[in-house]
Design a protein around this ligand. Sequence first.
Ligand SMILES: C[S@@+](CC[C@H](N)C(=O)[O-])C[C@H]1O[C@@H](n2cnc3c(N)ncnc32)[C@H](O)[C@@H]1O
Length: 273
Amino acid sequence: MGEFEAFGIAEKTGWTKPDVANSYVSQFAMAADQAMLGLVKAASPAPESTVLDLCCGHGAMTAKLCDLNCQVTGLDFSEEMLAYAKRIAPNATYKNGDAQSLPFDDQSFDAVLCNCGIMHLPDQPRALAEARRVLKPGGTFGMTAWVGPGASPSFKIVFGAFMAHADPTKGAPAQPDFFQFARQDTAREMLEDAGFEDVKHGTVSCVWSLDSADQLFKIYSEATVRMAMLLAAQPSKTIEAIRSTMEKMVEEMHKSDVGFEVPVPAALIMAKA
Ligand SMILES: C[S@@+](CC[C@H](N)C(=O)[O-])C[C@H]1O[C@@H](n2cnc3c(N)ncnc32)[C@H](O)[C@@H]1O
């Protein structure tokens, strides 16, 4: 794993915690499932086609692909996340495995799709090369990744509040740039380096629909791994200052008739093997 080994270990520890899995499903999936619908629409896999749902997590995309009559395999390294997937998409095949070292033969799938997963991996070039290896010639690769604070109101609030109050060098191991796939040139270069062709880059509009202005802090502090780690490493006074700043920003900028609406756009990247 090299340079980001500690990050990989922290991710695995986080995603296998039952309370993180539970919070992801009940809170964060609200936005991730919107990105997923954009990804499935862009891929539009044919009925009977073989599709790998990479980092399948709670299985929302697995279930959607099963509804489209695809032959779906879901892979994730968290048994806690896989348990949710098995419940909502019992007809798929599942593997507990590492996205950077896929337990499949070359050219096994018509499509490999990864919703909000690649940015959690320490060795992303290797994961992309693995996705390319298991795709049939001409097969479809598709992924989503969150857009960074410069163009994402949601991440602008979180990072803005964090940088205003906290020490960002404390609490989480070094990791690859979480938002790099949102940059068209970087995404294209990484996918082409992995052997993909015909790379296309777009955006899916996703929105947090919140009942209270405080909910955004709750989502990032309970339903994520890295952000939760960064927050937990700060003194309680700092955490309270971040929480309060985030609440104020949501309240001031994102009030709607029914609650609060905070956009959290995702980058959508499609390519061919
Ligand atoms: C942010 S969640 C995304 C889940 C799901 N794809 C979705 O649409 O919401 C990231 C998922 O990637 C999984 N994951 C992270 N690193 C992984 C790795 N190296 N191999 C397999 N799964 C991994 C986690 O267990 C988690 O379920």
